[in-house]
Ligand binder design. Structure first.
Ligand code: ITT
Length: 196
């Protein structure tokens, strides 16, 4: 397997995933690089199901290994929202962040705990197999934005493990401990131990 499609239109995700699997493949494509427009409805309330659906549909359509991520931010004080709807919480990252901070107005630091979840699915059409892996990162939603790296909710997500906001980290630093980094580490361990 030399080629892989990273089944995303999110440039931030693509950058992180490509860096995480850099040694394993020669060529990486995102959905933005491919001419055929294949739409996948992410309509399940379960991240794993959406990730598998995306990987399978894209892998089968292009006849190539495909890796898809379905991820989200769950905030305890908001009953787990935005959750599986994280990308639809506002029209762009700025709106999503301001809506989140608005909904958390008046909530003290110790009740602002949150978790990022990532389910990463790898579909290999030649073997008709789809594998799914999970990773999470616990932290807190700050009161204002910090840092300019990363994407999505990174400027307001504080990680006690790293003692920094995710948008203050380089891609490589974030990948070591992030939800996506952990899911892909599990995928790599699995691939490394699976007979070819
Ligand atoms: P694709 O479906 O094309 O991959 P998407 O952005 O719509 O792109 P998701 O449906 O998985 O992807 O939505 C995940 C959303 O959760 C994403 O848009 C961000 O708002 C947020 N998110 C996930 N991981 C994140 C991270 O590492 N840092 C910041 N925000 C993240």
């Amino acid at each position: 397997m030399k080629d892989i499609i990273i089944a995303t239109t999110n440039a931030g995700k693509f950058r992180e995933i490509r860096s995480l699997i850099a040694g394993g493949f020669e060529r990486f494509y995102s959905l933005l690089d491919l001419h055929d427009q294949v739409t996948v409805d992410e309509n399940s309330p379960f991240y794993a199901e959406n990730a598998m659906k995306k990987a399978r549909k894209i892998g089968e359509h292009f006849g190539m290994a495909a890796l898809a991520d379905d991820s989200g931010l769950e905030v305890k004080a908001l009953g787990g929202r935005p959750g599986v709807h994280s990308s639809r919480y506002g029209k762009d990252d700025a709106h999503r962040i301001s809506r989140l901070l608005g909904e958390l107005e008046g909530i003290p630091w110790e009740e602002r705990n949150a978790v990022f979840k990532a389910y990463v699915a790898l579909h290999i059409p030649q073997k008709d197999r789809c594998y799914v892996f999970y990773g999470e990162l616990k932290g807190y939603i700050g009161f204002e934005e910090h840092g300019t790296n990363g994407f999505g909710y990174d400027p307001v997500f504080y990680s006690p493990e790293l003692d920094r906001y995710l948008a203050e980290l380089s891609t490589e630093e974030k990948n070591i401990l992030s939800h996506r980094g952990r899911a892909i580490a599990a995928l790599k361990r699995f691939i490394g131990t699976t007979p070819k």
